[in-house]
Design a protein around this ligand. Structure first.
Ligand code: PMV
Length: 333
């Protein structure tokens, strides 16, 4: 039987430009959506909700009646994000009087390398929930969507800030004011400056630890209060900068503080060093322990930078510009 296609949902990924880790403890952060996407393709289904996780090669079949009481304990975290997302949106809607949800089939696939600082889990959670809403022709305010997605992130991951969730849902540049409040920066002086920037997102190496573990380790760092305060001061300065040089300097200062927190690696430091030598500055982005570095490039010295990154054998390089479709997977190994 031919499948009836109902539509596609797309959600971007994100980088944190300033403030990771400190944001979990209530300091500010600046984040930016990146045009590497998770896609949900929705089809009609006779009964059940069937979710195919293309990148994991897994398929989940859910009886709609069973969803509100799903026991998530026996699933690994990649599957848990999706199941928790479905359970959360069903319970949210049931609490508001909705019932008789439609069965549908959802194929989820993603451009986003997992577990490297690009917010793949937030992107998958938002794709799942938006697809459920689309299949049932229900719309809810963005703020509510954000709250539900964030609660899923927290339930699966433990301690977290709203940064990833809000950035991928609002698909813009955000100032995170504390761990669960934020502002979209469109139209501001910083937004205008960032719009002219050329960034490279470098997937340097695979992470050996999950975000939750890294957040826990940082929480035990003896000087974390002092370091978080310094990171918070950098975030406060960001909105005042007028040039790429100033922005790059703050990125490098932020990176040094992340290194003091113990979340950088020698390969990440090498890439940050290249980013400063050939560009305006660079820093690791996300929880660290491997993962991605964001470089503010100087387009005149770009070829030298790309050549040096190739020599270092980084895993992937993505271009990224605010409000412009990224040319992704440039230079993929
Ligand atoms: O590496 P990611 O994408 O999981 O980002 C983590 C950012 C942290 O600030 C370390 C945690 C958080 O929830 O904000």
């Amino acid at each position: 039987m031919k499948e009836v296609f109902k539509g596609t949902v797309e959600v971007p990924s994100k980088v944190i430009l300033f403030g990771e880790h400190a944001v979990v403890e209530g300091y500010g952060a600046i984040s930016m959506a990146v045009d590497l996407k998770t896609r949900g393709r929705i089809f009609e289904s006779e009964k059940d909700i069937v979710i195919n996780l293309r990148d994991l090669g897994r398929s989940l079949t859910l009886n709609i009646e069973d969803i509100p009481t799903l026991n998530l304990r026996n699933y690994n975290s990649s599957v848990k994000y999706v199941l928790c997302a479905i359970k959360s949106i069903v319970n949210y809607l049931k609490d508001r009087g909705y019932e008789d949800f439609k069965p549908f089939k959802l194929d989820i696939s993603s451009d986003i390398p997992v577990s490297c600082g690009l917010g793949s889990s937030a992107s998958v959670v938002a794709t799942t929930i938006k697809s459920f809403l689309s299949a049932n022709t229900i719309s809810i305010p963005k703020k509510e969507l954000c709250k539900i997605c964030f609660s899923v992130e927290r339930e699966v991951q433990g301690k977290a800030s709203i940064t990833d969730t809000a950035t991928v849902i609002y698909n813009s540049v955000l100032k995170i004011k504390n761990s669960n409040d934020f502002e979209v920066l469109e139209g501001t002086k910083l937004y205008k400056l960032l719009k002219g920037c050329h960034f490279l997102v470098v997937h340097v190496e695979r992470r050996k630890k999950k975000t939750a573990e890294l957040v826990k380790e940082v929480a035990e760092h003896p000087r974390k209060e002092e370091i978080f305060r310094s990171i918070g001061e950098i975030v406060n300065k960001v909105e005042e900068v007028s040039t790429w040089e100033e922005l790059g300097d703050l990125m490098v200062k932020n990176h040094k503080l992340l290194r003091e927190l113990g979340v950088s690696t020698s390969k990440i430091d090498k890439v940050v060093e290249l980013g400063s030598r050939y560009g305006y500055g660079a820093k690791l982005s996300g929880a660290g322990g491997g993962g991605v570095v964001i470089i503010l490039t100087d387009e005149d010295r770009r070829e030298g930078l790309l050549e040096s990154l190739r020599e270092l054998e980084v895993l992937d390089v993505f271009e990224c510009k605010v409000g412009v479709k990224s040319e992704i997977k440039r230079d993929k190994k």
